[in-house]
Design a protein around this ligand. Structure first.
Ligand code: ATP
Ligand code: PAF
Ligand code: BAL
Length: 298
């Protein structure tokens, strides 16, 4: 496994793969912010199935953090990350510095409208401009055929799919399923911030989504607002939970489902997306539902 820190060296290395391969090596990119866990590992495994060369980037991207967010304290552990990537059979780990990615403050940003209006786009103004800008840069540098993203960050997947479609970027965005701890908590680098009590109470996210899934499967007449209320009351029973949002939307368009709509009758895929704070740690989770007539794009 090669560890590369400069853009020019990465481009050179990838060019070697392209010209030396008899089969036109397919490149898979897995963008991350490091502090890798099994959710990231699952993206690498998926990438290996699609691509001959797997490139993982590790970069805590300052321009997707707002003022007062956790850019400075975001967990980092390069040694452990490299060991995990090596174990996953990754070919190249790209670890640029901020100065390498942004030699001067970027004067150009990519902004996707509409799909960024709600959920984390509303709670974290400018966040997705930072994500789409850095992902475009990474795609331009690596020129992969495939790029892999976790469905845990479902809005990120929807926004990036919109971006590559609108800008005719020649890459397939491949969404990958959410990896969870045995007790249901979605893996996230930020879980490390949780103290014992917060970690315990954070289980309410996956449990409330599972309850919603049961209601969805058992009742032919459950409405969007009933599903939302069910989740709301369950999360509110956790004293430490501070709700940012609970929304029922179509996916990937992210258009709100009408309160009185019977969810099993909606003709597109539906997402229930949550963001909840426990102490200072903001966690997100979601579940996709496939009403009758809808077909999956994930
Ligand atoms: N539990 C998970 N299952 C599947 N994919 C995941 C999971 N957690 C993160 N990913 C994906 O890994 C990629 C890199 O994410 P990132 O490095 O921000 O990790 P993270 O655990 O989501 O961190 P954070 O705590 O900052 O949200 C993203 O595409 C993200 O969706
Ligand atoms: C895609 C990403 C690596 C861009 O910085 C980040 O938003 C993340 O880790 O999900
Ligand atoms: N995985 C999302 C990256 C962020 O929270 O900034």
């Amino acid at each position: 496994m090669k560890v590369i820190r400069s853009i020019s060296e990465l481009k050179h290395e990838l060019q070697q793969y392209r010209v030396s391969s008899q089969h036109n090596a397919k490149i898979g990119l897995v963008p991350t912010m490091g502090f890798l866990h099994n959710g990231h590992a699952s993206l690498m495994t998926r990438a290996r199935e699609f691509a001959d060369v797997v490139v993982v980037s590790i970069f805590v991207n300052p321009i997707q953090f707002g003022p007062g967010e956790d850019y400075e304290t975001y967990p980092r552990n390069e040694e452990r990350d490299l060991a995990l990537a090596e174990k996953q059979g990754v070919d190249i780990v790209f670890i640029p510095t901020v100065a390498e990615m942004y030699p001067q403050p970027t004067k150009t940003k990519i902004r996707v409208s509409e799909r960024t209006d709600r959920l984390c786009g509303a709670s974290r103004p400018g966040h997705f401009d930072g994500v789409t800008t850095v992902v475009s840069k990474l795609i331009n540098i690596v020129q992969p055929q495939f790029a892999f993203f976790g469905q845990k960050d479902a809005q990120q997947v929807a926004v990036l799919q919109q971006m590559v479609m609108d800008l005719n970027i020649n890459v397939e965005i491949v969404p990958c399923p959410i990896v969870r701890e045995e007790d249901g908590l979605a893996l996230s680098s930020r879980n490390v911030y949780l103290n014992t009590e917060e970690r315990k109470q954070a289980l309410v996210l996956s449990r409330s989504l599972r309850d919603a899934e049961v209601a969805f499967n058992d009742s032919k007449s459950v409405t969007a607002s009933e599903l939302r209320e069910k989740i709301l009351s369950m999360i509110q029973s956790s004293p430490l939970a501070k709700i940012d949002y609970i929304e029922v939307l179509t996916f990937p368009e992210l258009i709100p489902v009408a309160d009185n709509a019977i969810v099993t009758e909606v003709e597109s895929q539906i997402i229930i997306a949550l963001a909840v704070k426990f102490g200072t740690t903001r966690l997100i989770d979601n579940m996709l539902f496939m009403p009758k007539g809808a077909f999956s794009i994930v």
